[in-house]
Write a protein that binds this ligand. Structure first.
Ligand SMILES: [Cu+2]
Length: 536
């Protein structure tokens, strides 16, 4: 039973050369299918397309002031809060008690200042039991995978006293947080923290929401080996719920009982490293249990921390609403039956638990059946189990979720970024943005608060979750003509498609812009943009 998951996880393959080496992939447990050019034996209609997560809800046309305050104090350089309708005055509030988040170790706040969260964090090599009798040599923050939860309230200063006890350099990137660029973990700015050395990260967190932290050095290996962890920035104005949970969804590539060597197959270069074992909150024993009572309102924060795999998720036969996305609570929640979560992305859902019923977070993954046909397989990855006492017979009352309206400022500038790839003279795959791999020249130079429509054109078959550091954007065209609710920092650009975003360059600095398939980034799909600290 221990490998019951391994037999059928596949990854979809498009039109770049490597699909041919499918059948002699080193790990015989994986079967790869060319989805773009299926052979006659494959009925692609079964699987034709994972439904889009886009709802029918149009984005609300209400103003959102993303303008930074005119405050020259550089310590306050991140004070470009997204105004919240019910923004509390944190100075006059009684001390805020952060909600408890189930089943996650939390970094201890060692600073008595109620508006400062100061924590100690260490990266080190360690053995980790992922369940099913598998113990792996991994890298971990404070010895656990995922690492401990970093939480604070909106507007707090976070101080992380970080020590690198790995045997290689690392940095920490605080994915999604609009903080100063020298605290962002970019190895283009920060000298990586060497083995045995320490670095103090210090920044103010302007935006509430669900985020995560991970390295930005040798990231394809360090993240795969376990260096990833959740961040929750609480908004005291958010409705209270009965239970909050985090699900970090990952897949890991095992070779026997070890983490498989890196870049051993051409497929890993083409599509990124797709795992053969699902890890939910670090456990391979799925579904992971989520004990609860019936009749409760729960907030589930879902984070895709995989190297490459886009997850299609649902909670069958359950009343749930999408309430929050990368950049925080949505102007209007929406109902859907599928959530497409690309690597790096986050979604929060409100789940109403019923009496005497299990509620299951389910992943839908393309697999091959016995007839070698592509089918969609269902993996229950987390399941609520009812606690017997005390038993709550009440009917859950959904909360009222309303985040800030999205910005409505029109774009005053257009840019196009072309994602492409080629085989170099040594037969190695190189991934590029605007024709360049690992470009050290900015793709664009913007001025602070410039509003830019960026067309992201994918010339090849593999998809690219494109991540822009330090800024938020909205997705006006996800490649199928649909818009996507909410503020984002990562957009999935499907194979041979063109996506449009409108980005709000609110945060001055040099910002990494790259594919979040970590192998693609490693092989060149990595660049940056510059935002000058001058008004247009
Ligand atoms: Cu990519």
């Amino acid at each position: 039973m221990r490998y019951k998951l391994l037999i059928s996880l596949i990854f979809t393959c498009s039109s770049m050369a490597a699909c041919e080496d499918t059948n002699n992939d080193d790990n015989g447990t994986i079967v790869i299918v060319d989805m773009a050019e299926p052979d006659a034996s494959v009925d692609s209609t079964d699987m034709s397309k994972v439904p889009d997560m886009v709802s029918d809800v149009d984005m609300v046309d209400q103003p959102l002031d993303m303008t930074p305050n005119d405050n020259d104090d550089m310590d306050m350089a991140v004070d470009m809060e997204v105004e919240h309708d019910a923004q509390p005055d944190l100075d006059t509030m009684p001390q805020y008690q952060m909600p408890t988040i189930a089943d996650h170790e939390v970094l201890e706040d060692i600073n008595p200042d109620p508006d400062v969260v100061e924590v100690n964090l260490e990266a080190r090599l360690t053995s980790v039991d992922i369940g099913n009798g598998i113990v792996l040599d991994m890298m971990a923050y404070n010895g656990i995978v995922p690492g401990p939860l970093l939480q604070a309230k909106q507007g707090d200063r976070i101080i992380v006293n970080f020590t690198n006890n790995l045997d290689e350099p690392t940095t920490i990137h605080w994915h999604g947080l609009r903080i100063p660029d020298d605290m962002d973990g970019s190895p283009r700015i920060q000298n990586p923290v060497q083995p045995g050395e320490s670095f103090t990260y210090s920044f103010i967190v302007p935006d509430a929401g669900t985020y995560w932290y991970h390295p930005h050095v040798n990231a394809n290996e360090q993240v795969e080996k376990g260096l990833y962890a959740p961040i929750v920035i609480h908004d005291p104005a958010d409705p209270e719920v009965d239970v909050e949970r985090i699900f970090m969804v990952d897949d890991i590539l095992l070779d026997d009982d070890d983490i498989a060597p890196f870049f051993q197959s051409h497929m890993e270069s083409v599509h990124g490293r797709n795992g053969n074992t699902l890890l939910i909150n670090g456990s391979s024993e799925i579904p992971v249990e989520a004990p609860t009572n019936g009749g409760l309102v729960e907030r589930w924060r879902i984070i895709n921390s995989a190297n490459a795999r886009t997850f299609s998720l649902g909670i069958p036969d359950t009343s749930f609403k999408v309430i929050s996305s990368d950049g925080g609570v949505l102007p209007e929640p929406y109902v859907t039956d599928r959530l497409q979560v690309a690597v790096g992305q986050r979604y929060d859902v409100e789940v109403l638990t019923e009496r005497n019923k299990a509620h299951t977070l389910t992943a839908y993954i393309p697999t091959l059946n016995a007839q070698n046909e592509v089918v969609e397989s269902t993996f229950d990855i987390a399941e609520t189990t009812r606690e017997t006492t005390p038993f709550d017979f009440s009917t859950p009352e959904p909360r009222t979720w309303q985040g800030p309206a999205l910005p409505e400022a029109p774009a005053t500038r257009q840019e196009t970024y072309v994602l492409d790839g080629y085989n170099n003279a040594f037969g190695q795959l190189v991934w590029t943005i605007n024709g360049k791999a690992h470009s050290m020249e900015p793709l664009s130079t913007f001025t602070r608060d410039e509003v830019v429509e960026i067309t992201i054109q994918n010339n090849q078959g593999p998809e690219h979750p494109f991540h822009l550091h330090g800024q938020f954007f909205i997705i006006t065209d996800d490649g199928s003509g649909q818009s996507v609710p909410g503020l984002k920092d990562t957009v999935l650009v499907p194979g041979r498609s063109t996506v449009k975003i409108i980005a709000y360059m609110s945060n001055p600095g040099m910002w990494m812009a790259h594919c979040h398939i970590l192998e693609h980034a490693e092989l060149g799909m990595m660049s940056e943009i510059e935002v000058l600290d001058t008004m247009p």
